[in-house]
Design a protein around this ligand. Structure first.
Ligand code: TXA
Ligand code: MG
Length: 343
């Protein structure tokens, strides 16, 4: 068995074998840990949905090796895709393309598109090279239960699903703490003729970086855009309610919580507040993203009345982070109102 192992050559070969048998294996990527299954095996893909408790009409990303032949997955690789692949793969960018007819519909949640990503993490690359001679695909959503915070360590995956062989996973490959820390940027190129490129999910690779490569800024999603479960209003959420509070009112808010005897956990990027209670994250977007999900999990474990998050800067460099925080804190105003209401 290979319950949880540091990812050496033997462990990777064993994991590739388990995947070929239709088992689920969690593996590290540079963004978050993925819950992997053979993308060409509909039964294996179905197990992902069962394990996550995810609705079956939500598509999953197919991960491919660096030199994979993409014509196995898509019938149409527009020049924009080739340019973005040359610029950002391997790396935290997912492209939505037209799905090749032989690709199981289950992996696309029944849509006629396919999400493709070539991850940069060396363990993910080694696993993809070992799986089906580097020409297979691993369907892998983030390795968390539906709606929860994504995992950025192997322990987070075990906290979600239990330690294999108990639970739905056959193995977890431990590749350390994910460097990026938030999920990949997703760009839809499947409807270029009618809608142009569309940014379905912001991430570390920014809209401006994409525009610099393809010559135009990706648009914001319209109602007909392919579904992205990460775009649901409530997602990436801990069990404890999360409230986003502006730096300017943070001190007063904390005082009011304290005055009512309410236990709170705090995530802040300014030294002043973090020194008092809770978790300090770096004030630069890359450092903040790297630590965000682990902080949310750690603060959740305190079972406070509320996790207060100091609102980060509202600038382009923070777009991916603000997107995740907005969904984690989907009822931000309501939470504080209920806790602090007079009476
Ligand atoms: O960084 C990431 O992208 C991580 C790591 C594991 O690679 N994966 C990840 O997967 O975040 P997941 O399933 O949690 O989110 C993938 C998003 C989903 O919201 C899904 O709806 C969208 O990608 N997606 C996947 N395939 C798609 C398709 N064919 N059409 C539209 N959206 C798609
Ligand atoms: Mg997810």
């Amino acid at each position: 068995m290979l319950p949880v192992s540091p990812a050496d050559g033997a462990a990777i070969a064993r994991a590739a074998h388990l995947l070929a048998q239709g088992e689920l294996v969690a593996f590290p990527t540079e963004t978050v840990y993925g819950l992997g299954a053979d993308a060409s095996n509909p039964d294996a893909v179905a197990r992902i949905f069962t394990a996550k408790g995810r609705p079956s009409n939500h598509p999953v990303i197919v991960h491919v090796a660096r030199d994979a032949d993409l014509s196995r997955w898509t019938t149409d690789l527009p020049p924009e895709a080739e340019q973005l692949i040359a610029a950002f793969w391997p790396g935290p960018l997912t492209l939505i393309l037209t799905r090749a007819p032989q690709v199981p519909a289950a992996v696309a949640g029944g849509q006629d598109t396919i999400g493709l990503r070539c991850p940069a993490h060396p363990v993910a690359q080694a696993l993809l090279e070992a799986f089906q001679g580097g020409q297979g695909g691993l369907a892998a959503p983030s390795a968390n239960r539906f709606g929860h915070v994504s995992p950025t360590t192997a322990q987070h995956v075990i906290d979600e699903f239990g330690a294999p062989p108990a639970g739905p996973l056959a193995a977890v490959l431990d590749g350390g703490h994910c460097q990026v820390g938030i999920e990949s940027t997703i760009v839809d190129l499947s409807r270029l003729a009618t809608h142009g490129p569309v940014l379905l999910r912001p991430g570390q690779i920014s809209a401006a970086q994409i525009a610099a490569v393809i010559g135009r800024l990706p648009a914001v999603p319209d109602v007909a855009a392919p579904r992205v479960s990460g775009s649901l209003d409530a997602h990436y959420a801990p069990t404890t309610p999360v409230a986003l509070v502006d730096s300017s009112t943070l001190g007063a808010t904390l005082q009011r919580l304290q005055a009512r005897g309410l236990a709170f956990a705090l995530i802040s990027h300014s030294e002043t507040f973090a020194a008092i209670h809770g978790m300090h994250l770096p004030a630069d977007p890359d450092g903040y993203a790297h630590g965000l999900y682990a902080s949310l999990r750690e603060m959740d474990a305190r079972h406070a009345a509320v996790i207060v998050v100091e609102r980060p800067p509202q600038t382009a460099a923070w777009q991916g982070i603000n997107d995740r925080l907005r969904r984690a804190a989907f009822d931000s105003a309501g939470v504080l109102e209920r806790l602090l209401k007079a009476g």
